[in-house]
Design a protein around this ligand. Structure first.
Ligand SMILES: C[S@@+](CC[C@H](N)C(=O)[O-])C[C@H]1O[C@@H](n2cnc3c(N)ncnc32)[C@H](O)[C@@H]1O
Length: 322
């Protein structure tokens, strides 16, 4: 049984209406909208429904199973309608770090809406075949892209003491990591740490905080997939290829991710100041569409508790990068 056929499992979208209404379309031009994180295509379907004749929609997902789920759902729900309107749909199995290159391959160098719904999909936590969660025992892996060479097992067994500290400090920020790192170093002297169960035992031995398990697993996943660097590079490219006056939207799932989204957007808003005259030497590239990030309503949180820490940041491009 695949995850899509399992009635006990259903992924709910986050901030659906808020994201869809952030997407702006112009009736008098060919709009090109890019969804960088398709998965069950909840956002994509509503966006495609609102698109005009002859527009282009492009969706990415690094996980091929997720991309194929998106394809099935899009075919079932909006394909006919899109065909009637001559809307062209491209679905690309690629990490969004290759956004620019992949778009160039289909002759796209400018887009007018681009959005990200970051973090793993619920399937990565709920599906037995994905190996992201610690709820079951399996080999330590955690790669989105199974062809990439570094796994969670490599991080735990091969990283130096300093690198392990760096991973836990950067992606977790808790002092308790010292005890966990010490225990990892001790255990791996006698045998390889192979499975989620091995790692769980280490965490349970060295920290009483029940949240440590989630945080350690999250930190390792971020390192294995180089998630933060990838987000930075991809969003920078997204801003480059965005046409002036159009929209970048980012949904984040936890505070570390949101901090990165905020830093990138603010970096494009700040201008360089002349230290003598205090005049701006450069123009801001982005402006915020809403001053504060948009958060899920109480009713959304009630229906989908996993959405509670999500935030949506929306920005408009107002000048080219100089
Ligand atoms: C939270 S889900 C997106 C849910 C989707 N918006 C929906 O409405 O169903 C995030 C998706 O992004 C994908 N993903 C995560 N990191 C990625 C990356 N660097 N490049 C491309 N896809 C990525 C995951 O495989 C997952 O399918």
């Amino acid at each position: 049984m695949t995850i899509l056929e399992d009635s006990n499992f259903w992924h709910k979208s986050v901030l659906l209406n808020e994201l869809v209404s952030a997407i702006k379309l112009d009736e008098n031009k060919k709009n090109i909208v890019v969804d960088c994180t398709l998965w069950l295509a909840w956002h994509a379907i509503e966006v495609i429904k609102k698109m005009n004749p002859w527009d282009i929609f492009v969706g990415f997902d690094a996980d091929n199973d997720n991309l194929e789920s998106a394809r099935k759902i899009i075919e079932e729900k909006v394909w006919d309608e899109a065909e009637k309107k001559w809307i062209k749909i491209y679905l690309i199995n690629s990490n969004f770090r290759f956004l620019k290159e992949k778009l160039n391959e289909i002759w796209i160098d400018k887009v007018n809406n681009i959005y990200y719904d970051l973090w793993v999909s619920s399937v990565h936590l709920d599906d037995f075949n994905k190996w992201f969660s610690f709820r079951w025992e399996w080999a330590l892996d955690m790669r989105y892209d199974r062809t990439s060479w570094i796994t969670a097992k490599d991080v735990i067994n091969e990283y130096s003491e300093n690198d392990l500290y760096r991973v836990f400090r950067e992606y977790w920020e808790e002092k308790k990591s010292k005890f966990i790192v010490d225990e990892i170093l001790l255990q791996r002297k006698t045998k390889q740490i192979e499975t989620t169960k091995d790692l769980l035992e280490i965490i349970e031995k060295s920290s009483f905080d029940p949240k440590s398990k989630t945080r350690v697993f999250q930190a390792i996943r971020i390192e294995v997939n180089d998630e933060f660097w990838v987000i930075r590079e991809s969003v920078k490219d997204a801003v480059k290829i965005l046409e002036i006056w159009w929209i970048l939207a980012i949904i984040t799932f936890h505070s570390l991710e949101d901090r990165i989204a905020k830093q990138i957007i603010n970096g494009f808003i700040e201008t360089e100041i002349d230290q003598i005259t205090w005049q701006s030497l450069t123009k801001p590239v982005l402006e915020k569409v809403s001053k504060k990030p948009i958060e899920p309503s109480e009713s959304e949180i009630r229906h989908n508790p996993r959405s509670r820490s999500s935030k949506l940041r929306i920005a408009r491009k107002i000048n080219n990068i100089t």
